[in-house]
Design a protein around this ligand. Structure first.
Ligand SMILES: NC(=O)c1ccc[n+]([C@@H]2O[C@H](COP(=O)([O-])OP(=O)(O)OC[C@H]3O[C@@H](n4cnc5c(N)ncnc54)[C@H](OP(=O)(O)O)[C@@H]3O)[C@@H](O)[C@H]2O)c1
Length: 307
């Protein structure tokens, strides 16, 4: 991408979108197009069509999506499947219609089967049953990967798909109703410390294993792949290392300086037992993360405390 290329970062106010904008601006990309969901509702086909026809972006980074944790996914399955399907279909179709040179589609590690062999290789896609708690969201994301693949095959486009692991960092959603595990934990320990609460209750048993990537590393990997990767072969993005939720909780507790106890509410769902991506494809291309978990949690907590 030339430094003056016209790049549309869809969802630029979100966790991933804002990291992409920070990364691109730092590299000197000046011609970025941003639209909030109020200015452009990507579920609206006519509005999306008019936007692409008038702006004519050369590159598209699609970080717009309806995203949430286990609770939001279970409570609003229709919104998660419909919004994500329609947004990605509109963006991908209009990108093809207006001759976008390259598009990056963001999937998620939840597209892989619940019992996939660990670490999960890209080839595990569609080889088994999905985790029921977020199946509608995962199905929408799988459709996004298949849209990119199909447009590449039929129309010769260059739409690439990446599958990031769990992300966290500046701009995360700390709302306990619909946040992911890491920001929810940071918020709970932070509030318990402030209120001098004797214990913090966390969902599940603490035994599932999860992998976490600092979002600025994720943005770095996306820019790297925009430059070095073409075609339909999707690429996992992660650190290649996981921790149990219990270990994560102990680390967050220590960093925040909360001195009470942790209570595990095992009546709440754990989700998939383990989710660790095989990142050998990306490593083989020469990319590796740079922010380790502790450093990343410190940075993320610093931002929440400063807010
Ligand atoms: N967070 C993670 O751990 C994680 C992990 C793996 C993959 N991902 C993927 O990364 C992508 C972005 O996730 P995120 O965590 O950055 O989500 P996020 O913080 O919730 O941001 C989502 C963005 O999408 C935009 N959006 C939502 N509905 C829209 C609509 N109808 N029209 C236009 N824009 C709309 C929002 O725009 P406004 O702010 O203007 O409303 C928001 O900026 C998703 O595809 C997700 O699957 C995330």
């Amino acid at each position: 991408m030339d430094k003056d290329a016209k790049i549309y970062v869809a969802g630029h106010r979100g966790l991933v979108g804002s990291a992409l904008v920070r990364r691109l601006e730092r590299e000197g990309y000046k011609n970025l197009i941003r639209k909030t969901s109020v200015e452009l509702d990507l579920r609206d086909q006519a509005a999306t069509r008019a936007f692409f026809a008038s702006e004519r972006p050369e590159y598209v980074l699609n970080a717009a999506a309806k995203v949430g944790g286990i609770h939001a996914n279970s409570a609003y399955p229709a919104d998660f499947i419909y919004d994500n399907l329609i947004m990605e279909a509109n963006i991908i179709n209009e990108s093809w219609r207006t001759g976008v040179k390259k598009l990056l589609f963001l999937g998620s590690s939840c597209i892989y089967p619940r019992m996939a062999r660990q670490p999960i290789r890209e080839s595990a896609l569609l080889t088994g049953e999905l985790e029921p708690t977020n199946e509608p969201y995962a199905i929408a994301k799988i459709a996004g990967v298949k849209l990119c693949e199909s447009y590449n095959r039929q129309y010769g486009t260059n739409f690439i798909s990446v599958m990031p692991t769990n992300l966290y960092g500046p701009g995360d959603n700390y709302d306990l109703e619909n946040s992911h595990v890491m920001p929810a934990m940071i918020r709970k320990f932070h509030e318990a410390k402030k209120d001098r609460a004797p214990f913090v209750t966390l969902w599940g048993t603490g035994s599932p294993r999860r992998e976490f990537l600092y979002v600025d590393d994720m943005a770095d990997a996306c820019v790297f792949l925009m430059a070095r990767h073409d075609g339909s072969r999707m690429v996992n993005i992660g650190t290649g290392t996981d921790v149990t939720i219990r270990e994560l909780a102990e680390t967050v507790k220590r960093i925040i300086g909360y001195e009470g106890k942790i209570a595990w509410d095992s009546s709440k769902p754990d989700g998939t037992p383990q989710k660790l991506l095989d990142v050998s494809l990306l490593r083989g291309m020469g990319w590796r993360h740079s922010v380790e978990l502790e450093e990343g949690i410190r940075k993320a907590y610093g931002e929440l405390e400063g807010a």
